[in-house]
Design a protein around this ligand. Sequence first.
Ligand SMILES: Nc1ncnc2c1ncn2[C@@H]1O[C@H](COP(=O)(O)OP(=O)(O)OP(=O)(O)O)[C@@H](O)[C@H]1O
Ligand SMILES: [Mg+2]
Length: 217
Amino acid sequence: MLSGQDLGLDYRTGTSVAHAVDTVSLSVDQGSFVGLIGPSGSGKSSLMYLLSGLKRPTRGTVAFNGQDYRQISTPGLMQLRRQRFGFVFQQHFLINYLTSLENVMVGAIKRNHEVVAYAQELLRRVGLGDKLRQRPYQLSIGERQRVAVARALVHRPAIVFADEPTASLDQATGREVIDLLVDYRRRSGGSVVVVTHDPAMLTGADRVLQMRDGRLS
Ligand SMILES: Nc1ncnc2c1ncn2[C@@H]1O[C@H](COP(=O)(O)OP(=O)(O)OP(=O)(O)O)[C@@H](O)[C@H]1O
Ligand SMILES: [Mg+2]
C-alpha cells in the first residue's frame, strides 16, 4: 500500500551534510502495525516525514496505492495527508480554547451529524466519553494524548503515523495509547506506523524495523 524505494534525505547546514536517511527501502502493507525503533538521531522522524509526504526525499521514491509522490503537487500531497493519513506526535498539538470534541473535529474532512457522532464515539472509546466539553488544560497529559489519537482517527485514515506518541507518558498510559491505535487497525483495516524508543510499545507489531545512522539494519 505504501512503499519507499532507495530513500535518502540530506540536511545541509553550511558546508556540512547530514545523511538523515540513507538508502532505505520498505513497504507498509494494508492493515499492518509497523514499529520503527532506533537511537536518537538515527533518522526515524526523517523517514516518517518522507513516507507521509511531509518532506520530499533527496533521493528515491515513495508511492501510496501505486501513486508516486513525485507526480503529486505539494498542495496535492497536503490533501493526501489530510484525507488518508493520521498523525500523532509526542506533543499533542491540541488547541487550548477548543473542547475535546471540537479538537477531534479539527481532524474531520466533513462536518455533519454522522461525523460528530463518530467523534463522540471515538472519545468514548478512548475513555473520555464524560469529558467531551473539557478543554485541554482541564485534562491530564495522558487524556490529552487520547484526544489527539481520536483527532488522528476521525477521518478514518488509511495509515496512522505516530512519532513517539508515548514519550511524554508513563509506560502503562503509553501502552493504552498504542492499544487505541491497534484497536483502530483491527476495526478499520488501516495501518499503523509507530516510532518509539521503547520496545514494550511494539508488542504485537507485525514488523519492527531497526534504524541506525539513517539506515535500516
Ligand atoms: N532540520 C534539520 N537540519 C539539519 N539536520 C537535521 C534536521 N533535522 C534533523 N537533522 C539531523 O538528521 C538526523 C536524523 O534526525 P531525526 O530527527 O530524523 O532522528 P530521530 O531518529 O527521529 O531522533 P529522535 O529519536 O531524537 O527523535 C540527525 O542527525 C539530526 O541531527
Ligand atoms: Mg524523532
